[in-house]
Design a protein. Structure first.
Length: 135
């Protein structure tokens, strides 16, 4: 139903401090820093097979869902991201179940959608398709 877990997204006020904590707890290796104007963050793999990506996110835009998350008094786990084969089908499926879309966007060939499942799961769900081509 979900597809493969692609990443887990955490949101913090200070990404550099978050990286230090994750390094201390998990002994992570290479960290890739990114700055997308709206957010800056750190990305790394965790686990024996290094298949699970962790994104640590610091919002830079007061209009982002990440900024709102912090201003509502939250920090930490924000979303679990799944890669799916057909994001449009997943959107139809989840819309029909009554879940509320928070973001729907296309960046390059990546189309993704966030659903607010925080009242059920305590975090959001993101579905993405990396090789999206509009039909």
């Amino acid at each position: 139903m979900f597809g493969e877990i692609d990443h887990i997204g955490y949101v913090f006020e200070n990404v550099e401090e978050a990286v230090k904590k994750f390094k201390k707890i998990f002994g992570i290796g290479e960290v890739i820093l990114f700055d997308y104007v709206v957010v800056k963050g750190a990305r790394f793999m965790i686990g024996k097979q290094s298949k699970l990506r962790i994104d640590l996110i610091e919002p830079q835009d007061t209009n982002s869902i990440f900024y709102t998350f912090l201003k509502e008094g939250n920090s930490g786990l924000h979303h679990i991201g799944f890669q799916v084969e057909n994001v449009d089908e997943k959107i139809k499926e989840w819309d029909s179940m009554g879940f509320k879309q928070v973001i729907l966007s296309i960046i390059g060939t990546n189309k993704f959608v966030y659903y607010d499942t925080s009242d059920i799961l305590g975090h959001m769900i993101e579905f993405g398709q990396m090789d999206y081509k509009k039909s």
